[in-house]
Design a protein around this ligand. Sequence first.
Ligand code: ADP
Ligand code: MG
Length: 199
Amino acid sequence: MAPQGRLITIEGIDGAGKTTLAEGIAAAWPGLTVLREPGGVVVSERIRELVKDPAVEVDPRAEALLYAAARAQLVHERLLPLLEDGRDVLLDRFVDSSLAYQGAGRGLGVPEIAELNRFATGGLVPDLTLLVRVEPAVGARRAAGDDRLEQAGEAFFTAVAGAYDALAAAAPDRIVVLDGARAPADVLASALHAMKLLQ
Ligand SMILES: Nc1ncnc2c1ncn2[C@@H]1O[C@H](COP(=O)(O)OP(=O)(O)O)[C@@H](O)[C@H]1O
Ligand SMILES: [Mg+2]
């Protein structure tokens, strides 16, 4: 049976305001199931511990596979059952994060990571993606609480942000770009507007 619920994803660089927006949408939109990536189910939370552990060095290809594995388990165990049950799901990050971070940021190639994720998700594509867009320096400031971007960090986040912009340009019907430089209430209002158009 084809999924009946809608899948809405939130994307953007670190510090863009994704989690803030997810909390705002959850409060304003009853009945929505909100999940974060990587995580949401036991296997994926374990993988999250591994990829988020600063003491563990993970090779970029292994990192891409771990994110894809966490995603595959989430899709199989949680997402598809919810969608097939007619429930709308909001996800804080999904495939586009891997395209931007592993594909562009880590330089593994966006088409290669897209292929990996088609396999992982069985081809599941969000009905709507809310891309919270901020300049890399703004994201870094919000995420780390300071103005500095170290050299490697700056190049990485510039590549990630550029990849998000390219994805949005290539999929204008799915990806709605929200100006994350505005106040949280204004970002939320634009997101809710885009969600209402989906109905
Ligand atoms: N629109 C906004 N304007 C100013 N600060 C914001 C905005 N949205 C979020 N923040 C702040 O920026 C920081 C990062 O927000 P967060 O939602 O955790 O970002 P993300 O989940 O994208 O990494 C938090 O301190 C949050 O309060
Ligand atoms: Mg977050």
